[in-house]
Design a protein around this ligand. Structure first.
Ligand code: NAD
Length: 488
């Protein structure tokens, strides 16, 4: 299986002020195929001067350019055209995510690309409906509140959902009238560059979207420190998220942080066990486990524990690990050698701490960074593999007796992104949803998200703020109160 790379690759450059440029330093970096470890393409590497130029062009787009003069209806049309263009080029995106991020073709056909199109279309619908209100505070005054774009937005994205995460930030920011400087993850820049190409074709004015492929510690750092940036919207690791919050505090930039997860997935004895086992398998092994909301801590009520393990392990054994371009493949590689080694070190820790390895536990002896779906049973919530985010295909299964114990252990985690409950008891389902500390709770399913529904953590290692839904528009707008005195 292969790819006509030349035909599919996007422009390789820095998108600044509506033009494709080389890096000022003249430097390039290589992006690699995680299924083989081989280079795909070399990409200009943004440095500090390029960040300055991109932020200046974003500011000009708002203050002096066509972008700042556009109405909400104009912005809606541009976003709609971009949604249509992504739709038209959907197979190119699917191929780029396969070669650059190791995603099986079917996975991004089903999830990443349709979700990106839906997100662009949804915020296109909002662009001309962002308005203020008259709040009659006093009889002798006309008092009203308007919403203004927050300004220049730095969007910094990770490698696990490169296109989708970029669109989650760009679409609401542009709908609100902000200008964006996007720094995609250095491991997966390709789909963001194609998005930039299509944004120009859609008629997005110069400077409204700037794209700076490059490294976190160089371009990313320069961007978060830049005084011309008003808002940082970040998805990535908790360590970098905390660092960003600290840097942003220096001049009180707005910050949204979508960080990590160690999500509890709680299976009660009265659940549809087969459905729970199937969804728990995709809940933890989808995208080779590199999902912030992976259901990595699976709590199972003792009465069905053994049966669940059988069904779960059976389902996991059916996953077909392999070349992302093979239509039979259901699980691809992890993103890099570093990530593979990190995941494998957690596997060793799990064994050392006494969890029972009942499936997987090894990296495949072939080029690329493949790890077999791995299941630890008989674990407890205090083990390292139950506390730290592994970000690979590793499940930790923990038995429990009483519902209160499940809630206590589920909430005993520094993460707070998502959780799931499997039960046929409707009251119990709602009680659990109420008591679980998580930004999203799924009942009798695992993992769906939708553009219309807010997404984010409840603090700690999962971060603060929300992407998606109407809530995301608040990230990109400021409220302004106007008080007109009618009578002295
Ligand atoms: P990462 O934090 O290493 O990198 C994320 C981005 O931050 C990259 O673009 C990187 O270049 C940039 N970056 C790194 N250092 C920087 C710095 N000093 N200043 C500015 N930018 C910097 O994360 P990752 O390893 O690419 O992604 C995996 C992590 O992302 C996991 O922890 C995962 O849970 C999290 N994630 C969360 C969500 C969510 O919605 N909550 C979604 C996807 C991924």
């Amino acid at each position: 299986m292969g790819l006509d790379i030349v035909h599919t690759l996007p422009k390789r450059g820095l998108l600044i002020g509506g033009e494709w440029r080389q890096a000022r330093s003249g430097r390039d970096f290589l992006t690699l195929n995680p299924a083989t470890g081989s280079p795909i393409a070399s990409i200009p590497e943004a440095g500090v001067e390029d960040v300055d130029a991109a932020v200046a062009s974003a500011r000009r787009a708002i203050d002096e350019g066509a972008w700042g003069r556009m109405t909400g209806a104009d912005r809606a049309r541009v976003l709609r055209r971009l949604a249509d263009l992504v739709e038209r080029h959907r197979e190119r995106f699917v191929e780029l995510e396969a070669i650059d991020a190791g995603k099986p073709l079917a996975a991004s056909r089903r999830q990443d690309v349709p979700a990106a199109i839906d997100c662009l279309a949804y915020y296109s619908g909002w662009a001309d409906k962002i308005h203020g209100e008259v709040v009659p505070a006093r009889a002798d005054a006309l008092t009203y509140v308007t919403r203004k774009p927050v300004g220049v937005v730095a969007a910094i994205t990770p490698w696990n959902f490169p296109l989708m995460n970029a669109v989650w930030k760009i679409a609401p920011a542009l709908a609100a009238g902000c200008a964006v400087v996007l720094k995609p993850a250095e491991l997966t820049p390709l789909s963001s560059l194609l998005l930039g190409e299509l944004a120009i074709e859609a008629g997005l004015p110069a400077g409204a979207l700037n794209i700076l492929p490059g490294f976190g510690t160089v371009a990313g750092q320069a961007l978060i420190e830049h005084p011309g940036v008003d808002k940082i919207s970040f998805t990535g690791s908790p360590a970098v998220g905390k660092h960003i919050m600290g840097v942003a505090a220096r001049d009180c930039k707005h910050v949204t942080l979508e960080l990590g997860g160690k999500s509890p997935n709680i299976v009660f004895a009265d659940a549809d066990l087969q459905a729970a086992a199937n969804a728990s398998s995709s809940g933890v092994f989808f995208n080779a486990g590199q999902v912030c909301s992976s259901g990595t801590r699976i709590f199972v009520q003792r009465a069905v524990y053994e049966r669940f393990l059988e069904l779960f392990a059976d389902r996991a054994s059916r996953l077909k690990l392999g070349d992302p371009f093979d239509p039979e493949t259901t699980m691809g590689p992890v993103i890099s050698e570093k990530q593979r080694d990190r995941v494998m070190s957690y596997v060793e820790t799990g064994k050392r701490e006494g969890a029972a390895l009942i499936a997987g536990g090894e990296a495949l002896d072939r080029p690329g960074y493949f790890i077999a779906p791995t299941i630890f049973a008989d674990a407890d919530n205090l083990m390292t593999i139950a506390r730290e985010e592994i970000f690979g295909p590793v499940a930790t299964v923990i038995p429990f007796d009483e519902p209160d114990a499940a809630i206590r252990d589920a909430n005993d985690s520094p993460f707070s992104l998502a959780a799931a409950v499997w039960t046929r008891d409707v009251t119990r389902a709602h009680v659990m949803a109420d008591r679980l500390r998580a930004g999203t709770v799924w009942i009798n399913t695992y993992g769906p998200t939708d553009t219309r529904l807010p997404w984010g953590g409840m603090g700690g290692e999962s971060g603060v703020g929300r992407d998606l839904g109407r809530a995301a528009l608040d990230n990109y707008t400021e409220q302004k109160t106007v008080w007109l005195q009618l009578r002295a």
